[in-house]
Design a protein. Sequence first.
Length: 525
Amino acid sequence: MTPVGSGSSIVRGSWPDGLEQAFTAYEEALARDDTAVLDALFEPGEGTLRGDDAGLLRGHDRISAFRSARGGVAARTIVSVDVQQLTPDAVLVVAVSAFAAGGRGLQTQLWCRTDGEWRIRTAHVTGRPRAFDRAVWRVVGDPLLRGASAGPLVGVRVAVKDLFAVRGQVVGAGNPTWERSAPTAPRSAPAVQDLLDAGADVTGIARTDEFAYALSGRNPHTGAPPNGADPERIGGGSTSGPASAVALGQADVGLGTDTAGSLRVPASYQGLWGLRTTYGAVPRDDLLPLAQSFDTVGWLTRGPSVLAAVAAVALPAAPTPLDDGPLLVSDALLAAVEPDTRAAFDTWLTAQGRPVRHVELPDLDVLAETLRVVQAAEAWRNDGAWVSAHPGALGADVATRFAAAETVSAADEAAARNQLGLLRRRVREVLGGGVLCLPTVPGPAPRRTATDDAVLRTRTATLRMTAVAGIGGLPAVSAPLLTVDGAPVGVCLVGPAGSDRALIDLATSSAGGASSPAPHQNGTT
């Protein structure tokens, strides 16, 4: 890169001694993704800040971790630089960038001199405008499909998980190879059409983990949708794109699926309200299946009132009532969560002012393993032939999962399916008409810099908790009622079959009557 000030860019203002060299060194390090030099040019300590459209990073170590995972920046040149000296040792530098692939960006940096060395104390980056975030969306419209002109959901924007048929579109299933040969849907899935008939607009089709066979939200083909509540953490999946769209304010409702936690996990990670409906309560026609014994339809929202409005449209009018007796807790489930999450949950539970009854569920490992085996057998039956015919088409994580699914024998499946029936009856007997309360997941979302092994361990721990509702075929609401390490963690309420709408009401009262933000109207939120 040619140093700024040498004719390659317009410079307004004067560089103090040494600052132009430091700025040029920073730009050159960006171009070659030299994270060691970039780290050295940011001030050490917790007071260093870096912000962009995803949020604010505080502290040199967190900025360094983000930079290490980013993988460099797009090729660009500096068009102009404005230099404003605030004090002899503090200078504001505002630079305009032109990207080789088109578009311009802006970076604002506060450079401070300590012991003769210039370093960045605060930076804010504005990237080139994007038509839409491809990590979040596959297809976006204005809207993509318009809903009825009247109805209870007029003005509500919906992000549809890329598993549901949307009229005139293909189902991409989170995989570009699958998407290229998928047929165009002649009609929308009933779960989509019900929302359209009630007046909601479909904003677009949002990303999913490949074939919904993951919980992390990391798609190897399109990237990980951002966590709208904490940009340093993963967003969760497999209803990943709809969750991010709702958390970022780009949609009001995320229409998704939950087989083993695919709605509840991103709801907890991103501070959203999420409902996994009673198994079979919402039609699954024209929905690409993962595992038919567990797949359910559900929704994500920023608050309970919109969630309740959607449930009123899509679920039976007379919900199963809930017992008004003690709240149910499982010591085994509470032992499975991280200590700080357990402490926050205990505080919340005490604040409810209701008696608590401890119940004994079937062994959590048995629940999780039974779900895993039946899910794997069905996933392979659904997609195994395609996976075999397209080697290399899947990302490593999901490919490993399908490889394990291929090894499930007919005898393994039969044994697990027999166990499933027994466990489902037992889970339902334990709950009766009561409500089981637990943290939705073991703790806050893993950080984006977490290793694959760490994310896998979190998945394993999470499945021990989410399998309760999955095995039971029961409705579960995740409400963003806890904060742990500055990040959201959901409280999950699991109730008897058919109690979906009553669970939303109970969760709302547990949150102190919190309401949803107003839905999108006339281009605003």
